[in-house]
Design a protein around this ligand. Structure first.
Ligand code: EPU
Length: 417
């Protein structure tokens, strides 16, 4: 299994280009199931999770062509409605094929996603939403089976905003008969870009980006060319890495409008931030101020940036508090940071108090999930000595060429096979 070795102490300097967003690409690629034709995606990041969804679509019968940054998916050849355990277990987001399959073929069988390191992550709202659209749902032998002659538009209320739940139901409702209204919908930029792409394919969706999304069902969708938006979490991760190392970097090809919460919090922590149309300059300050954070659904502070900010706070002046309110078990990285000399205590499983220390020390550490791996990379960049991070397959799921990008910014980082 690959490991990453980082010798800390270098300031990041220079320019970095942001890749396409994983969490935008996954539902968009799943949406090609809805179309009897070929969709061409560009700005597709080269990531394990993208390979996973492509292999899943290929297993369903879709024809996929991969070239650098591009993916073509021909959904006209899909002849299987079952997403198998061996493919789904590699990536929970595989649940995103459920809505499109039942909407287009009237039948879907998808392996139930299992437990996850960061929380229970049930899919009950995806299923009750599909039931509201008229599907009959059964769960047997670890598989969710959904059946419907044709989905019928309906009112769907989410008990809490769910990103992939909103995406699944928005996709399903595009081919339903009549009008659907999703209330308390997630408002992430990934929802907006999915709605725009579906509309480009002929769907009639309004309100994406607000808590109420209206979908007027259509009979069929048509092919379109879709460009993946920049990854706001990769952007934020480089911003924190620059601030933590007291660096000075220009982050290019990003979307500043999508990261308001991250910008505000980094400014409060003392970083100097210049915002341009599609780039951001971050200049770290020698003294990092402690700040408090509470993760929330968008436009609140993203849970996917919580771990990286925790690393930053380990070397801030004073005490900070991080409240993780989206997932119930997303502090596993804290134990690894403790091994590097951080001073963190956790209350009720989801509130972390961090007392800033003068410096972190290098140590062998283990990544437990994607964003935890990013927090450990940032810890390695600032720690004294050489840190080895194992289980970096988590990182490869969602950060394209991260060690190459960091090396170009001056980091002493290498991958060991
Ligand atoms: N939830 C339920 N029932 C459901 C669905 C969700 O109780 O049916 C709960 C979850 O357990 C969680 C909360 O609702 O407590 C919000 O979860 P959400 O459904 O929004 O998360 P998700 O759609 O499974 C996406 C991202 C995650 C990101 C979260 C929150 C993708 C593919 N994944 O997950 O990204 O953390 O939204 O923003 O879009 C990552 O990229 O590292 C990652 C984990």
């Amino acid at each position: 299994m690959d490991k990453i070795q980082i010798t800390g102490g270098r300031k990041l300097q220079g320019e970095v280009n942001i890749s396409g967003a994983k969490n935008a690409a996954l539902p968009l690629i799943a949406s090609s199931i809805l179309v009897n034709g070929k969709i061409c995606f560009t700005n597709v990041p080269d990531l394990m999770d993208i390979t996973s969804i492509r292999l899943l679509l290929e297993d369903l019968g879709a024809e996929c062509n991969v070239s650098p940054g591009c993916l073509e998916v021909d959904g006209s050849l899909i002849d299987k409605i079952e997403a198998e355990y061996d493919l789904v277990r590699k990536m929970r987001a595989s649940i995103l094929v459920l809505g499109p399959l039942v909407a287009r073929f009237g039948h879907a069988k998808v392996s139930m996603p299992g437990g996850c390191a960061i929380g229970a992550r049930p899919v009950n709202m995806h299923l009750s939403g599909l039931e509201a659209l008229g599907a009959t749902i059964s769960i047997e032998h670890g598989y969710i089976e959904a059946k419907a002659d044709r989905l019928v538009g309906s009112e769907i209320y989410f008990d809490m905003p769910t990103v992939t739940g909103t995406e699944n139901l928005m996709m399903a409702a595009t081919l339903a008969k009549g009008k659907s209204v999703l209330r308390n919908a997630a408002r992430e930029p990934e929802i907006v870009t999915l709605a725009q792409a579906l509309n480009k394919m002929g769907a009639k969706i309004e309100g994406a980006g607000t808590a109420i999304i209206t979908i007027e069902g259509v009979k069929e969708l048509h092919p379109a060319d879709i460009k993946i938006i920049p990854d706001r979490i990769e952007t934020g991760t480089f911003m924190v890495a620059a601030a933590a190392t007291c660096g000075d970097i220009l982050i290019k090809g990003c979307e500043p409008d999508h990261i308001g919460g991250i910008i505000s919090k980094l400014k409060a922590a003392g970083a100097i931030i210049e915002i341009f149309k599609d780039s951001i300059r971050v200049v770290g300050s020698k003294t990092i101020q402690s700040i408090d954070i509470k993760t929330l659904p968008y436009p609140g502070f993203p849970t996917d940036m919580q771990a990286q900010f925790m690393t930053l706070m380990t070397i801030a002046t004073g005490n900070s508090m991080i409240h993780e309110s989206v997932f119930e078990n997303r502090f596993i990285h804290a134990n690894e940071l403790l091994r590097m000399g951080a001073d963190i205590s956790i209350r009720n499983g989801n509130i972390a108090s961090i007392r800033g220390v003068k410096e972190l020390q290098a140590a062998p550490v283990m990544a437990s999930d994607l964003r935890a791996s990013a927090s450990l990379v940032i810890a390695g960049l600032i720690a004294k000595g050489t840190t080895t991070i194992s289980r970096v397959y988590h990182m490869d799921r969602g950060y394209e060429a991260i060690e190459k990008k960091l090396s170009l910014l001056g980091a002493d980082i290498k991958r060991m096979k």
